[in-house]
Design a protein around this ligand. Structure first.
Ligand code: AMP
Ligand code: MG
Length: 540
Protein backbone atom coordinates (compact mmCIF):
# COMPACT_ATOMS: atom_id res chain seq x y z
CA UNK A 1 0.00 0.00 0.00
CA UNK A 2 1.10 3.56 -0.51
CA UNK A 3 0.57 4.55 3.08
CA UNK A 4 3.39 5.18 5.54
CA UNK A 5 4.08 1.92 7.30
CA UNK A 6 4.80 1.51 11.07
CA UNK A 7 3.67 3.65 13.97
CA UNK A 8 6.24 5.34 16.20
CA UNK A 9 8.72 2.57 16.93
CA UNK A 10 7.25 0.04 19.30
CA UNK A 11 9.88 -2.33 20.66
CA UNK A 12 8.93 -5.90 19.85
CA UNK A 13 8.52 -7.84 23.07
CA UNK A 14 10.75 -10.71 22.07
CA UNK A 15 10.49 -12.87 25.14
CA UNK A 16 8.92 -12.77 28.55
CA UNK A 17 10.75 -15.35 30.63
CA UNK A 18 8.18 -15.31 33.40
CA UNK A 19 5.43 -16.52 31.05
CA UNK A 20 7.56 -18.40 28.54
CA UNK A 21 8.58 -20.90 31.19
CA UNK A 22 5.01 -21.97 31.94
CA UNK A 23 3.92 -22.35 28.35
CA UNK A 24 3.17 -25.94 27.38
CA UNK A 25 4.90 -27.54 24.42
CA UNK A 26 3.22 -26.64 21.13
CA UNK A 27 1.39 -23.79 22.74
CA UNK A 28 -1.07 -22.17 20.31
CA UNK A 29 0.13 -18.76 21.52
CA UNK A 30 3.62 -19.60 20.25
CA UNK A 31 2.38 -20.38 16.76
CA UNK A 32 1.97 -17.51 14.34
CA UNK A 33 -1.62 -17.02 13.25
CA UNK A 34 -2.43 -17.64 9.62
CA UNK A 35 -2.31 -14.60 7.40
CA UNK A 36 -4.33 -15.44 4.31
CA UNK A 37 -5.64 -11.90 3.88
CA UNK A 38 -2.24 -10.22 4.25
CA UNK A 39 -0.59 -12.74 1.93
CA UNK A 40 -3.22 -12.88 -0.75
CA UNK A 41 -4.24 -9.21 -0.72
CA UNK A 42 -1.20 -7.08 0.14
CA UNK A 43 -2.84 -4.22 -1.77
CA UNK A 44 -5.53 -4.07 0.92
CA UNK A 45 -3.36 -4.88 3.95
CA UNK A 46 -1.27 -2.34 5.78
CA UNK A 47 1.21 -3.93 8.20
CA UNK A 48 0.69 -2.35 11.59
CA UNK A 49 1.16 -3.04 15.26
CA UNK A 50 -1.29 -2.74 18.08
CA UNK A 51 -0.47 -0.30 20.82
CA UNK A 52 0.97 -1.87 23.94
CA UNK A 53 -0.78 -0.69 27.06
CA UNK A 54 1.41 -1.00 30.13
CA UNK A 55 -1.07 -2.78 32.33
CA UNK A 56 -3.73 -4.53 30.29
CA UNK A 57 -6.41 -6.19 32.39
CA UNK A 58 -9.08 -8.58 31.20
CA UNK A 59 -12.60 -7.32 31.85
CA UNK A 60 -14.38 -10.15 30.10
CA UNK A 61 -13.08 -13.38 28.63
CA UNK A 62 -15.29 -15.66 26.57
CA UNK A 63 -14.11 -18.98 27.97
CA UNK A 64 -16.37 -21.25 25.90
CA UNK A 65 -15.26 -19.48 22.72
CA UNK A 66 -11.61 -19.65 23.80
CA UNK A 67 -11.95 -23.41 24.25
CA UNK A 68 -13.61 -23.76 20.85
CA UNK A 69 -10.54 -22.06 19.41
CA UNK A 70 -8.23 -24.48 21.20
CA UNK A 71 -7.04 -21.78 23.61
CA UNK A 72 -6.63 -22.28 27.32
CA UNK A 73 -8.62 -19.66 29.26
CA UNK A 74 -6.25 -19.91 32.22
CA UNK A 75 -3.31 -19.16 30.02
CA UNK A 76 -5.12 -16.25 28.37
CA UNK A 77 -5.76 -14.83 31.82
CA UNK A 78 -2.04 -14.85 32.55
CA UNK A 79 0.14 -11.86 31.80
CA UNK A 80 1.50 -13.20 28.52
CA UNK A 81 -1.92 -14.46 27.44
CA UNK A 82 -3.54 -11.13 28.12
CA UNK A 83 -0.90 -9.33 26.08
CA UNK A 84 -1.40 -11.89 23.30
CA UNK A 85 -5.14 -11.19 23.28
CA UNK A 86 -4.49 -7.56 22.36
CA UNK A 87 -1.86 -8.22 19.74
CA UNK A 88 1.32 -8.26 21.83
CA UNK A 89 3.72 -11.16 22.36
CA UNK A 90 2.92 -12.80 19.03
CA UNK A 91 5.69 -14.97 17.62
CA UNK A 92 7.75 -14.06 14.56
CA UNK A 93 5.86 -14.70 11.40
CA UNK A 94 2.65 -13.05 12.60
CA UNK A 95 1.40 -10.42 10.20
CA UNK A 96 -0.91 -7.93 11.83
CA UNK A 97 -2.54 -5.58 9.36
CA UNK A 98 -5.02 -2.76 9.12
CA UNK A 99 -7.49 -3.63 6.38
CA UNK A 100 -8.42 -1.15 3.69
CA UNK A 101 -12.05 -0.78 2.74
CA UNK A 102 -14.42 1.80 1.35
CA UNK A 103 -18.08 2.16 2.15
CA UNK A 104 -21.40 3.87 1.83
CA UNK A 105 -22.17 5.43 5.18
CA UNK A 106 -25.81 6.51 5.43
CA UNK A 107 -25.87 6.32 1.64
CA UNK A 108 -22.82 8.51 1.06
CA UNK A 109 -19.75 6.92 -0.46
CA UNK A 110 -16.37 7.29 1.22
CA UNK A 111 -13.59 5.84 -0.95
CA UNK A 112 -11.25 5.12 1.94
CA UNK A 113 -12.44 4.07 5.38
CA UNK A 114 -10.39 1.10 6.55
CA UNK A 115 -9.43 -0.03 10.01
CA UNK A 116 -8.88 3.29 11.73
CA UNK A 117 -8.68 1.75 15.18
CA UNK A 118 -8.73 -1.93 14.38
CA UNK A 119 -6.30 -4.61 13.26
CA UNK A 120 -6.55 -8.04 11.76
CA UNK A 121 -4.25 -10.29 13.78
CA UNK A 122 -4.74 -13.32 11.55
CA UNK A 123 -6.43 -16.69 11.17
CA UNK A 124 -6.93 -19.32 13.82
CA UNK A 125 -8.46 -22.77 13.31
CA UNK A 126 -10.98 -23.97 15.85
CA UNK A 127 -10.90 -27.46 17.30
CA UNK A 128 -12.97 -28.72 14.36
CA UNK A 129 -10.60 -27.16 11.84
CA UNK A 130 -12.78 -24.23 10.79
CA UNK A 131 -10.86 -20.98 10.25
CA UNK A 132 -11.72 -17.78 12.07
CA UNK A 133 -10.12 -14.36 12.06
CA UNK A 134 -8.88 -12.70 15.22
CA UNK A 135 -9.31 -8.98 15.09
CA UNK A 136 -8.84 -6.07 17.46
CA UNK A 137 -10.93 -2.97 17.91
CA UNK A 138 -9.59 -0.01 19.86
CA UNK A 139 -5.97 -1.00 19.34
CA UNK A 140 -4.64 2.45 18.49
CA UNK A 141 -4.57 4.85 15.55
CA UNK A 142 -3.71 3.60 12.10
CA UNK A 143 -3.25 5.67 8.94
CA UNK A 144 -6.97 5.04 8.28
CA UNK A 145 -7.97 6.90 11.46
CA UNK A 146 -8.89 10.13 9.63
CA UNK A 147 -8.21 12.32 12.64
CA UNK A 148 -9.93 10.10 15.18
CA UNK A 149 -8.08 8.78 18.21
CA UNK A 150 -7.91 5.08 17.37
CA UNK A 151 -9.26 4.16 20.77
CA UNK A 152 -12.36 2.58 22.19
CA UNK A 153 -14.07 3.01 25.54
CA UNK A 154 -14.94 0.17 27.89
CA UNK A 155 -18.71 0.69 27.54
CA UNK A 156 -19.06 0.24 23.75
CA UNK A 157 -16.65 -2.71 23.71
CA UNK A 158 -18.55 -4.53 26.44
CA UNK A 159 -21.72 -3.66 24.58
CA UNK A 160 -20.37 -5.37 21.47
CA UNK A 161 -19.46 -8.42 23.60
CA UNK A 162 -22.91 -8.61 25.15
CA UNK A 163 -24.90 -8.03 21.97
CA UNK A 164 -22.79 -10.51 20.00
CA UNK A 165 -23.31 -13.22 22.61
CA UNK A 166 -27.02 -12.42 22.73
CA UNK A 167 -27.28 -12.85 18.97
CA UNK A 168 -25.20 -16.01 19.04
CA UNK A 169 -27.46 -17.51 21.70
CA UNK A 170 -30.45 -16.65 19.49
CA UNK A 171 -28.87 -18.65 16.67
CA UNK A 172 -28.15 -15.60 14.52
CA UNK A 173 -24.87 -15.58 12.58
CA UNK A 174 -22.54 -13.09 14.21
CA UNK A 175 -19.00 -12.09 14.96
CA UNK A 176 -18.22 -12.76 18.62
CA UNK A 177 -16.05 -11.25 21.28
CA UNK A 178 -13.25 -13.37 22.66
CA UNK A 179 -12.26 -10.76 25.21
CA UNK A 180 -12.49 -7.18 26.32
CA UNK A 181 -9.25 -5.94 27.86
CA UNK A 182 -8.95 -2.66 29.76
CA UNK A 183 -5.97 -0.60 28.64
CA UNK A 184 -5.68 1.70 31.64
CA UNK A 185 -5.86 4.64 29.23
CA UNK A 186 -8.43 7.39 29.31
CA UNK A 187 -10.53 8.12 26.22
CA UNK A 188 -12.25 11.42 25.46
CA UNK A 189 -15.70 11.32 23.87
CA UNK A 190 -18.01 14.15 22.82
CA UNK A 191 -21.10 12.78 24.55
CA UNK A 192 -19.51 12.92 27.99
CA UNK A 193 -17.45 15.50 29.81
CA UNK A 194 -15.17 13.18 31.76
CA UNK A 195 -12.65 10.91 30.07
CA UNK A 196 -13.72 7.27 29.87
CA UNK A 197 -11.69 4.16 30.60
CA UNK A 198 -10.30 2.61 27.42
CA UNK A 199 -10.48 -0.99 26.24
CA UNK A 200 -9.60 -3.26 23.36
CA UNK A 201 -12.06 -5.79 22.00
CA UNK A 202 -10.68 -9.06 20.62
CA UNK A 203 -13.15 -10.15 17.99
CA UNK A 204 -13.64 -13.48 16.26
CA UNK A 205 -15.28 -13.62 12.85
CA UNK A 206 -15.29 -16.11 10.02
CA UNK A 207 -13.78 -13.18 8.13
CA UNK A 208 -13.82 -9.40 8.05
CA UNK A 209 -14.48 -9.22 4.32
CA UNK A 210 -17.19 -6.66 3.77
CA UNK A 211 -19.07 -5.17 0.86
CA UNK A 212 -16.82 -2.17 1.50
CA UNK A 213 -13.72 -4.31 0.94
CA UNK A 214 -15.01 -5.14 -2.54
CA UNK A 215 -15.89 -1.51 -3.18
CA UNK A 216 -12.31 -0.55 -2.34
CA UNK A 217 -10.84 -3.29 -4.54
CA UNK A 218 -13.12 -2.38 -7.42
CA UNK A 219 -12.12 1.26 -7.17
CA UNK A 220 -8.45 0.29 -7.53
CA UNK A 221 -9.38 -0.51 -11.13
CA UNK A 222 -7.33 -3.70 -11.15
CA UNK A 223 -9.47 -6.74 -11.98
CA UNK A 224 -6.73 -9.05 -10.83
CA UNK A 225 -6.89 -7.71 -7.24
CA UNK A 226 -10.66 -7.94 -7.33
CA UNK A 227 -10.42 -11.55 -8.50
CA UNK A 228 -8.02 -12.43 -5.70
CA UNK A 229 -10.40 -10.88 -3.20
CA UNK A 230 -13.39 -12.75 -4.60
CA UNK A 231 -11.39 -15.98 -4.63
CA UNK A 232 -10.48 -15.51 -0.97
CA UNK A 233 -14.14 -14.92 -0.13
CA UNK A 234 -15.13 -18.06 -2.03
CA UNK A 235 -12.44 -20.19 -0.40
CA UNK A 236 -13.38 -18.95 3.04
CA UNK A 237 -17.15 -18.81 2.89
CA UNK A 238 -18.51 -20.59 -0.16
CA UNK A 239 -15.94 -23.28 -1.01
CA UNK A 240 -18.48 -25.31 -2.95
CA UNK A 241 -18.26 -22.60 -5.64
CA UNK A 242 -14.53 -22.98 -6.15
CA UNK A 243 -14.88 -25.38 -9.07
CA UNK A 244 -17.83 -23.63 -10.67
CA UNK A 245 -17.57 -22.05 -14.14
CA UNK A 246 -19.66 -19.15 -12.90
CA UNK A 247 -18.10 -18.77 -9.48
CA UNK A 248 -18.38 -14.98 -9.27
CA UNK A 249 -22.04 -14.97 -10.18
CA UNK A 250 -22.30 -17.82 -7.69
CA UNK A 251 -20.63 -15.64 -5.06
CA UNK A 252 -23.15 -12.88 -5.67
CA UNK A 253 -26.07 -15.32 -5.43
CA UNK A 254 -24.65 -16.76 -2.20
CA UNK A 255 -24.14 -13.35 -0.56
CA UNK A 256 -27.61 -12.21 -1.62
CA UNK A 257 -29.02 -15.31 0.05
CA UNK A 258 -26.85 -14.95 3.19
CA UNK A 259 -27.71 -11.28 3.70
CA UNK A 260 -31.41 -11.88 3.04
CA UNK A 261 -31.47 -14.63 5.65
CA UNK A 262 -29.49 -12.54 8.09
CA UNK A 263 -31.73 -9.52 7.91
CA UNK A 264 -34.80 -11.76 8.16
CA UNK A 265 -33.39 -13.19 11.39
CA UNK A 266 -32.87 -9.66 12.74
CA UNK A 267 -36.42 -8.67 11.89
CA UNK A 268 -37.83 -11.85 13.40
CA UNK A 269 -36.08 -11.28 16.71
CA UNK A 270 -36.72 -7.52 16.81
CA UNK A 271 -33.13 -6.45 16.36
CA UNK A 272 -32.20 -3.03 14.99
CA UNK A 273 -28.60 -2.91 13.80
CA UNK A 274 -28.54 0.85 13.56
CA UNK A 275 -25.62 1.37 11.21
CA UNK A 276 -26.06 -0.82 8.14
CA UNK A 277 -23.36 0.86 6.11
CA UNK A 278 -21.78 -1.19 3.33
CA UNK A 279 -18.57 -1.42 5.36
CA UNK A 280 -20.63 -3.07 8.09
CA UNK A 281 -22.13 -5.63 5.70
CA UNK A 282 -20.20 -8.89 5.70
CA UNK A 283 -19.64 -11.29 2.83
CA UNK A 284 -20.02 -14.19 5.28
CA UNK A 285 -23.54 -13.15 6.31
CA UNK A 286 -22.49 -12.60 9.92
CA UNK A 287 -23.76 -9.64 11.92
CA UNK A 288 -20.86 -7.23 12.49
CA UNK A 289 -20.21 -3.98 14.35
CA UNK A 290 -22.53 -3.62 17.28
CA UNK A 291 -22.56 0.15 17.62
CA UNK A 292 -25.89 1.85 18.08
CA UNK A 293 -27.88 -1.39 17.89
CA UNK A 294 -30.84 -2.28 20.10
CA UNK A 295 -33.68 -4.74 20.50
CA UNK A 296 -37.22 -3.48 20.03
CA UNK A 297 -39.43 -3.11 23.00
CA UNK A 298 -42.75 -1.73 21.70
CA UNK A 299 -43.34 -3.10 18.23
CA UNK A 300 -42.86 -0.27 15.77
CA UNK A 301 -41.61 -0.64 12.21
CA UNK A 302 -40.33 2.96 12.36
CA UNK A 303 -38.26 2.34 15.52
CA UNK A 304 -34.86 4.07 15.43
CA UNK A 305 -32.51 4.13 18.39
CA UNK A 306 -29.32 5.59 16.99
CA UNK A 307 -28.60 9.19 17.89
CA UNK A 308 -27.18 9.81 14.42
CA UNK A 309 -29.90 8.19 12.30
CA UNK A 310 -31.97 11.36 11.95
CA UNK A 311 -33.97 10.25 8.93
CA UNK A 312 -34.58 6.67 9.97
CA UNK A 313 -32.56 5.20 7.12
CA UNK A 314 -31.76 2.21 9.33
CA UNK A 315 -35.11 1.99 11.12
CA UNK A 316 -36.26 -1.48 12.21
CA UNK A 317 -38.66 -1.93 9.31
CA UNK A 318 -36.30 -0.43 6.73
CA UNK A 319 -33.62 -3.06 7.28
CA UNK A 320 -34.64 -5.52 4.53
CA UNK A 321 -34.68 -2.76 1.91
CA UNK A 322 -31.29 -1.50 3.09
CA UNK A 323 -29.77 -4.98 3.03
CA UNK A 324 -31.02 -5.28 -0.55
CA UNK A 325 -29.44 -1.91 -1.33
CA UNK A 326 -26.16 -3.04 0.20
CA UNK A 327 -25.97 -6.26 -1.80
CA UNK A 328 -26.73 -4.21 -4.91
CA UNK A 329 -23.55 -2.24 -4.18
CA UNK A 330 -21.79 -5.59 -3.85
CA UNK A 331 -23.14 -6.75 -7.21
CA UNK A 332 -21.76 -3.61 -8.87
CA UNK A 333 -18.26 -4.44 -7.68
CA UNK A 334 -18.43 -7.96 -9.19
CA UNK A 335 -19.57 -6.95 -12.69
CA UNK A 336 -16.11 -7.12 -14.31
CA UNK A 337 -15.56 -10.63 -12.93
CA UNK A 338 -19.00 -11.81 -13.96
CA UNK A 339 -18.46 -10.40 -17.45
CA UNK A 340 -15.16 -12.25 -17.73
CA UNK A 341 -16.66 -15.60 -16.82
CA UNK A 342 -19.53 -15.23 -19.31
CA UNK A 343 -19.29 -13.76 -22.82
CA UNK A 344 -17.24 -10.74 -21.82
CA UNK A 345 -20.15 -8.42 -22.49
CA UNK A 346 -20.90 -5.98 -19.63
CA UNK A 347 -24.58 -6.08 -20.61
CA UNK A 348 -24.69 -9.84 -19.97
CA UNK A 349 -23.03 -9.40 -16.58
CA UNK A 350 -25.51 -6.71 -15.67
CA UNK A 351 -28.48 -8.84 -16.71
CA UNK A 352 -27.24 -11.78 -14.63
CA UNK A 353 -26.49 -9.59 -11.63
CA UNK A 354 -29.93 -8.00 -11.78
CA UNK A 355 -31.53 -11.43 -11.87
CA UNK A 356 -29.47 -12.49 -8.84
CA UNK A 357 -30.50 -9.34 -6.97
CA UNK A 358 -34.15 -9.88 -7.82
CA UNK A 359 -33.91 -13.06 -5.83
CA UNK A 360 -33.23 -11.10 -2.64
CA UNK A 361 -36.95 -10.59 -2.05
CA UNK A 362 -37.70 -14.29 -2.50
CA UNK A 363 -34.86 -15.30 -0.17
CA UNK A 364 -35.97 -12.79 2.44
CA UNK A 365 -39.62 -13.86 2.23
CA UNK A 366 -38.73 -17.54 2.49
CA UNK A 367 -36.64 -16.93 5.60
CA UNK A 368 -39.13 -14.59 7.20
CA UNK A 369 -42.16 -16.76 6.53
CA UNK A 370 -40.43 -19.88 7.89
CA UNK A 371 -39.33 -17.87 10.92
CA UNK A 372 -42.68 -16.30 11.66
CA UNK A 373 -44.41 -19.66 11.17
CA UNK A 374 -42.14 -21.05 13.89
CA UNK A 375 -42.70 -18.00 16.12
CA UNK A 376 -46.44 -18.59 15.81
CA UNK A 377 -46.06 -22.25 16.75
CA UNK A 378 -47.19 -23.44 13.34
CA UNK A 379 -43.97 -25.05 12.07
CA UNK A 380 -45.51 -28.51 12.10
CA UNK A 381 -48.86 -27.29 10.78
CA UNK A 382 -49.60 -27.76 7.09
CA UNK A 383 -51.43 -24.44 6.56
CA UNK A 384 -50.07 -22.60 3.58
CA UNK A 385 -47.70 -19.66 3.58
CA UNK A 386 -50.37 -17.16 2.55
CA UNK A 387 -52.36 -17.91 5.66
CA UNK A 388 -49.27 -17.65 7.86
CA UNK A 389 -48.48 -14.28 6.32
CA UNK A 390 -52.04 -13.06 6.82
CA UNK A 391 -52.06 -14.17 10.46
CA UNK A 392 -48.67 -12.60 11.13
CA UNK A 393 -49.55 -9.34 9.39
CA UNK A 394 -52.68 -8.92 11.47
CA UNK A 395 -50.87 -9.72 14.67
CA UNK A 396 -48.11 -7.22 13.88
CA UNK A 397 -50.72 -4.59 13.15
CA UNK A 398 -52.26 -5.23 16.53
CA UNK A 399 -48.86 -5.02 18.23
CA UNK A 400 -48.03 -1.79 16.44
CA UNK A 401 -51.41 -0.22 17.24
CA UNK A 402 -51.05 -1.08 20.92
CA UNK A 403 -47.29 -0.39 21.05
CA UNK A 404 -46.98 -3.82 22.62
CA UNK A 405 -43.65 -5.29 23.60
CA UNK A 406 -42.59 -7.46 20.68
CA UNK A 407 -40.60 -10.09 22.59
CA UNK A 408 -43.12 -10.40 25.36
CA UNK A 409 -46.03 -10.76 22.92
CA UNK A 410 -44.75 -14.05 21.49
CA UNK A 411 -44.12 -15.57 24.89
CA UNK A 412 -47.58 -14.41 25.95
CA UNK A 413 -49.08 -16.02 22.86
CA UNK A 414 -47.48 -19.31 23.87
CA UNK A 415 -49.09 -18.96 27.31
CA UNK A 416 -52.44 -18.43 25.67
CA UNK A 417 -51.95 -21.44 23.43
CA UNK A 418 -50.93 -23.48 26.45
CA UNK A 419 -53.95 -22.55 28.51
CA UNK A 420 -56.23 -23.07 25.51
CA UNK A 421 -54.84 -26.57 25.26
CA UNK A 422 -55.46 -27.01 28.98
CA UNK A 423 -51.75 -26.97 29.84
CA UNK A 424 -51.53 -23.96 32.16
CA UNK A 425 -48.53 -21.66 32.54
CA UNK A 426 -45.17 -23.31 32.20
CA UNK A 427 -46.56 -26.12 30.04
CA UNK A 428 -45.53 -29.65 30.74
CA UNK A 429 -43.50 -29.52 33.91
CA UNK A 430 -44.39 -25.87 34.48
CA UNK A 431 -45.75 -24.50 37.72
CA UNK A 432 -49.19 -23.12 38.36
CA UNK A 433 -52.22 -22.46 36.19
CA UNK A 434 -52.70 -20.09 33.28
CA UNK A 435 -51.33 -16.66 34.04
CA UNK A 436 -49.68 -17.82 37.23
CA UNK A 437 -46.51 -16.07 38.23
CA UNK A 438 -44.85 -18.85 40.17
CA UNK A 439 -41.21 -19.85 39.98
CA UNK A 440 -41.79 -22.08 36.97
CA UNK A 441 -43.29 -19.35 34.87
CA UNK A 442 -40.96 -16.70 36.27
CA UNK A 443 -42.80 -13.45 36.16
CA UNK A 444 -43.48 -12.99 32.50
CA UNK A 445 -46.03 -15.75 32.05
CA UNK A 446 -48.81 -13.40 31.15
CA UNK A 447 -51.27 -14.54 28.51
CA UNK A 448 -51.62 -12.56 25.31
CA UNK A 449 -55.14 -11.41 26.03
CA UNK A 450 -53.95 -10.04 29.40
CA UNK A 451 -51.07 -8.25 27.74
CA UNK A 452 -53.36 -6.86 25.11
CA UNK A 453 -55.88 -5.89 27.79
CA UNK A 454 -53.22 -3.77 29.46
CA UNK A 455 -53.10 -1.81 26.23
CA UNK A 456 -56.86 -1.70 25.71
CA UNK A 457 -56.94 -4.16 22.78
CA UNK A 458 -59.70 -6.64 22.07
CA UNK A 459 -57.97 -9.61 20.48
CA UNK A 460 -60.36 -10.76 17.72
CA UNK A 461 -57.31 -12.21 16.06
CA UNK A 462 -56.67 -14.84 18.69
CA UNK A 463 -59.51 -17.18 17.83
CA UNK A 464 -58.38 -17.70 14.28
CA UNK A 465 -54.84 -18.41 15.36
CA UNK A 466 -55.84 -20.78 18.17
CA UNK A 467 -58.00 -22.72 15.72
CA UNK A 468 -54.73 -23.67 14.03
CA UNK A 469 -53.60 -25.41 17.22
CA UNK A 470 -50.23 -23.71 17.72
CA UNK A 471 -47.58 -25.61 19.67
CA UNK A 472 -46.62 -23.54 22.75
CA UNK A 473 -43.48 -25.52 23.62
CA UNK A 474 -42.16 -25.15 20.09
CA UNK A 475 -42.88 -21.42 20.36
CA UNK A 476 -40.92 -21.12 23.60
CA UNK A 477 -37.97 -22.78 21.90
CA UNK A 478 -37.74 -20.05 19.24
CA UNK A 479 -39.16 -16.96 20.93
CA UNK A 480 -36.72 -15.57 23.49
CA UNK A 481 -37.92 -14.78 26.96
CA UNK A 482 -34.85 -12.71 27.82
CA UNK A 483 -33.30 -10.15 25.52
CA UNK A 484 -30.69 -7.46 26.06
CA UNK A 485 -33.15 -4.87 27.33
CA UNK A 486 -31.89 -1.42 26.42
CA UNK A 487 -32.20 0.20 29.83
CA UNK A 488 -30.53 -2.76 31.55
CA UNK A 489 -27.67 -2.85 29.04
CA UNK A 490 -27.11 0.86 29.55
CA UNK A 491 -27.14 0.52 33.32
CA UNK A 492 -24.71 -2.40 33.12
CA UNK A 493 -22.32 -0.43 30.95
CA UNK A 494 -22.48 2.61 33.20
CA UNK A 495 -21.63 0.39 36.15
CA UNK A 496 -18.81 -1.32 34.23
CA UNK A 497 -17.39 2.06 33.29
CA UNK A 498 -17.33 2.85 37.00
CA UNK A 499 -15.58 -0.43 37.73
CA UNK A 500 -18.49 -2.68 38.73
CA UNK A 501 -18.78 -5.60 36.31
CA UNK A 502 -21.49 -7.47 38.21
CA UNK A 503 -24.48 -6.03 36.25
CA UNK A 504 -22.68 -6.74 32.96
CA UNK A 505 -22.09 -10.33 34.00
CA UNK A 506 -25.71 -10.69 35.08
CA UNK A 507 -26.91 -9.35 31.74
CA UNK A 508 -24.59 -11.71 29.91
CA UNK A 509 -25.92 -14.63 31.90
CA UNK A 510 -29.50 -13.67 31.03
CA UNK A 511 -28.98 -13.31 27.29
CA UNK A 512 -26.77 -16.36 26.89
CA UNK A 513 -29.73 -18.63 27.75
CA UNK A 514 -32.58 -16.61 26.36
CA UNK A 515 -35.31 -19.24 26.09
CA UNK A 516 -35.33 -20.89 29.47
CA UNK A 517 -37.17 -19.27 32.40
CA UNK A 518 -34.91 -18.74 35.38
CA UNK A 519 -35.76 -17.03 38.67
CA UNK A 520 -34.32 -13.60 39.26
CA UNK A 521 -34.19 -12.56 35.60
CA UNK A 522 -37.71 -11.13 35.30
CA UNK A 523 -36.42 -7.69 34.34
CA UNK A 524 -34.91 -9.06 31.12
CA UNK A 525 -38.36 -10.24 30.06
CA UNK A 526 -39.99 -6.84 30.52
CA UNK A 527 -39.69 -3.50 28.77
CA UNK A 528 -38.05 -0.63 30.60
CA UNK A 529 -40.04 1.94 32.53
CA UNK A 530 -41.99 4.34 30.33
CA UNK A 531 -40.27 7.61 29.70
CA UNK A 532 -37.80 9.07 27.31
CA UNK A 533 -37.30 6.86 24.23
CA UNK A 534 -34.10 4.90 24.33
CA UNK A 535 -31.16 6.43 22.44
CA UNK A 536 -27.97 4.64 21.44
CA UNK A 537 -24.74 6.32 20.45
CA UNK A 538 -22.37 5.14 17.76
CA UNK A 539 -19.89 2.59 19.04
CA UNK A 540 -16.93 4.95 19.21
P1 AMP B 1 -17.70 1.98 12.51
O1 AMP B 1 -18.71 3.04 12.72
O2 AMP B 1 -17.17 1.35 13.76
O3 AMP B 1 -18.13 0.98 11.50
O4 AMP B 1 -16.43 2.73 11.87
C1 AMP B 1 -16.47 3.43 10.66
C2 AMP B 1 -15.09 3.89 10.31
O5 AMP B 1 -14.59 4.82 11.27
C3 AMP B 1 -14.03 2.81 10.25
O6 AMP B 1 -13.12 3.19 9.25
C4 AMP B 1 -13.41 2.87 11.62
O7 AMP B 1 -12.13 2.30 11.65
C5 AMP B 1 -13.38 4.36 11.86
N1 AMP B 1 -13.38 4.71 13.28
C6 AMP B 1 -14.43 4.68 14.12
N2 AMP B 1 -14.07 5.11 15.35
C7 AMP B 1 -12.75 5.41 15.29
C8 AMP B 1 -11.78 5.90 16.23
N3 AMP B 1 -12.11 6.18 17.50
N4 AMP B 1 -10.52 6.06 15.80
C9 AMP B 1 -10.18 5.80 14.54
N5 AMP B 1 -11.03 5.36 13.60
C10 AMP B 1 -12.31 5.16 13.96
MG1 MG C 1 -17.51 -0.75 10.95
Amino acid sequence: MRIPVQPAAVPAAASHPETASVRPIDNPLDRPLGSAFAERLPELALPWQAMRPEQPAILALNEPLARELGLDPEQLRGEGGTRWLIGGDHPDGSRHVAQAYAGHQFGTYTPRLGDGRALLLGDIADTRGKLHELHLKGSGRTPFARGADGLAAVGPMLREYLMGEAMHALGIPTTRALAVVATGQRVMRDEVFDPLPGAVLTRVASSHLRVGTFQYARALGDTEVLRRLADLAIDRHYPALAESDSRYLGLLIAVVEAQARLVASWVLVGFVHGVMNTDNTTISGETIDYGPCAFLDAYDPAAVFSSIDHRGRYAYGAQPVIAGWNVTRFAETLLPLIAEETDGDPATAERLAVAALQDFGRAYDDAWIAGVRAKLGLAANPIDDDEVVALAAELLQELAAGRIDYTRAFRALAETARSAAGGGAGGAGGAGGAGARGAGSVGSAIRYEELLGEHGGAGQWLGRWLARRPDPDAMDAVNPLYIARNHLVDAALVAATEGDLAPFEAALDAVMRPFEPRPGLEAYALPGPPGRPHVTYCGT
